[in-house]
Design a protein around this ligand. Structure first.
Ligand code: ADP
Ligand code: MG
Length: 478
């Protein structure tokens, strides 16, 4: 009797183990079992088509060498790949067999590779029927670095992003965690990194995915019993961009699988780019172990652009659309829309639309009208009573309690928070605020303001309250 397939494979593994990083060994070789040895053809079983792809792409040399060492020059390798074709039925997973590409040069004669059949591929972005793993990066061609205007508001994030594009996985910025309010360019910048990296390294697998889509895919994979394929697919990405990671709040199972993907990619020197509407310390509804990972690399925030940057963005945008806007008009827009680039663009688009539809010239008057409509819709004056209402709703507390003399902790705190926002968001004087909130004097209001500000700086939990209330105050629901 010749050699036993198990022993042959064990011997191969022993050599491979010394020659590849431990993590890779654990990921890619541990799950393999050998199933057959006929003459000089060793068959190994791998858990999914992606394993097969990956091994062929990355480890074929070492596989070939070790196999030859064990079985001599004519050694051949065959994969049997487990495919759960129809996971809804309870049939046992089938296997299909592929010869290793390296068999070709061992035998010196070409082998035609069977195509992976469409329904054998379960991974969400793979184009079916194509042998080589092909992943559409899901990038928007408009979101380039060229189109991303640099300013003080984004300089750190932008330059870190650029460094990453030039050396993905090779900088200290891994993961890159981009955060900031809505409409400030997180998605644009994250995609710019992907586009630039792809142009430098066309062979790298880049993927942009929103956290929501990731979550849906994972739910589908779970339902269809394809979790392994899902995991393996994501573990093969070289540059993974996940947008709006805060959306994973409360989604524990998705966070768990992302944790594994994160670890695998990070350990293999792959690049991760994440975006969020707030910094990691404020993502309190994400698991602690995930948050600690987010802090490994660089956290960079995007802030609201200053006047010069706003002007530059407007000019760039109108230039790209082939429209000349008089300077005084872009200046007027830049002066009046300041918190959000999306609104800045929105104003411009709305102006263009009106001028073409009504065949009017873009005049300062038209600009003023457009903006006043926009501003009216987005910025409502908040009143002290509205603030008290929102604060009390947030803490689930009867609003009348604010007016009592009570010194109970929760009531004092709610009162202080209401005072804090009233000073920040209204034009009322300290004494006016005090008299409306519990009949206090201006010194009490000032004290409350300072207390809240200190707490925001020292307590993350408190900061989360404040930010959430702020969000609610800024919403249209008032
Ligand atoms: P976020 O993801 O932070 O909500 P986006 O990336 O979607 O914001 O940006 C909103 C819009 O503003 C996009 O059309 C984007 O191209 C544009 N934008 C944001 N920042 C810049 C910038 N610095 N230069 C040019 N355009 C920008
Ligand atoms: Mg976005």
């Amino acid at each position: 009797m010749d050699k036993n397939y198990e022993i042959v494979w064990q011997n191969c593994l022993a050599i491979i183990k010394d020659n590849v990083p431990t993590v890779s060994f654990r990921t890619w070789f541990r799950p393999i079992v050998s199933t057959n040895l006929e003459r000089n053809i060793l068959t190994i079983q791998v858990p999914s088509p992606f394993f097969y792809e990956y091994l062929e792409e990355h480890y074929i040399d070492i596989l070939r060498k070790t196999l030859r060492k064990e079985l001599g020059k004519g050694a051949k390798l065959e994969y049997s790949v487990v495919v759960d074709n129809n996971s809804l039925s309870n049939t046992k997973p089938k296997t299909i067999s592929f010869p290793a590409k390296s068999n070709t040069d061992l035998r010196n004669k070409p082998v035609t590779m069977p195509l992976v059949k469409e329904n054998e591929i379960k991974n969400p972005f793979v184009i079916p029927g194509i042998r080589k793993l092909h992943v559409d990066p899901q990038l928007n061609a408009e979101y380039t670095f060229d189109n991303f205007i640099e300013g003080d508001c984004n300089r750190l994030a932008r330059s870190a992003g650029y460094a990453i594009a030039n050396n993905p996985g090779g900088t200290a910025f891994n993961p890159l965690f981009l955060y900031g309010d809505s409409g400030l360019g997180k998605t644009h910048l994250a995609q710019a990194i992907g586009i630039e990296a792809k142009s430098f390294f066309p062979n790298k697998i880049v993927l942009y995915v929103s956290a929501n889509k990731f979550q849906t895919q994972f739910a589908d994979a779970t339902r269809n019993n394809n979790r392994n394929d899902f995991l393996h697919f994501y573990q093969m990405i070289d540059i993974l961009i996940i947008d709006d990671i805060h959306e994973l709040a409360g989604k524990k199972a998705t966070q768990d699988i992302f944790f594994h993907i994160f670890n695998h990619l990070h350990q293999s020197g792959k690049q991760l780019i994440l975006t969020s509407d707030r910094p990691p310390v404020e993502l309190i509804s994400l698991s602690k172990r995930l948050l600690s990972r987010f802090k490994w690399g660089l956290q960079a925030d995007l802030q609201a652009p200053d006047y010069e940057t706003r002007l530059a963005i407007l000019n760039r945008k109108s230039y790209k659309d082939g429209i000349k806007i008089p300077n005084e008009i872009s200046q007027y827009i830049a002066q009046n829309i300041f918190s959000n680039v999306r609104e800045l663009e929105g104003t411009l688009i709305s102006l263009l639309a009106q001028s073409t539809l009504n065949r009017k010239e873009i005049t300062l008057e038209l600009a003023k009208k457009t903006i006043s409509k926009l501003v009216k819709n987005t910025k409502k004056e908040v009143s002290i009573i509205q603030i008290q209402k929102v604060v009390c709703e947030y803490f689930n507390m009867n609003i009348d309690l604010l007016q009592t003399k009570s010194r109970k902790r929760e009531i004092v705190q709610a009162r202080q928070i209401a005072m804090y926002f009233s000073k920040d968001l209204t034009k009322s004087s300290l004494s006016a605020i005090g008299s409306e909130i519990g009949g206090k004097d201006h010194a009490t209001v000032l004290h409350a303001y300072k207390t809240v500000r200190n707490l925001v700086e020292t307590s993350n939990e408190f900061k989360v309250y404040i930010n959430e209330i702020k969000r609610r105050l800024g919403s249209d629901e008032l």
